[in-house]
Design a protein around this ligand. Sequence first.
Ligand code: TYC
Length: 119
Amino acid sequence: MKQKEIITPLFMADHQRDDENNVERGVAVKTRPKTKKPSQYRVVLLNDDYTPMDFVIGILVGIFKRSEGEATTIMLAVHKNGVGVCGIYSFEVAETKVGQVMDAAKRAQHPLKCTLEKA
Ligand code: TYC
């Protein structure tokens, strides 16, 4: 969903009240600093032929805080479709989780791959 840009004038120069037309007239000279919602990122797990299913479930429970049931569903979806979403997070959190997955896979010598993509 795209956020609408809202510019709210804080101060008006040459402020005048036009009672006849029931309006306020002036020139907006200052606006609020635009605040943006932080972008969200999908953390995506990729299938391979070698990483044990239990290892993937362990990753989903340990790093993505999924229940055993959710983790099994996600793992089987990745196994079947080739890719699957583990969760959606801010960039910093998504990047950290990708790093944690890649570290765990490397230490266990599994070829499991995990990436992030803009949601
Ligand atoms: N395909 C793997 C197997 O049959 C299991 C697997 C699932 C591996 C998900 C990676 O992201 C993955 N052992």
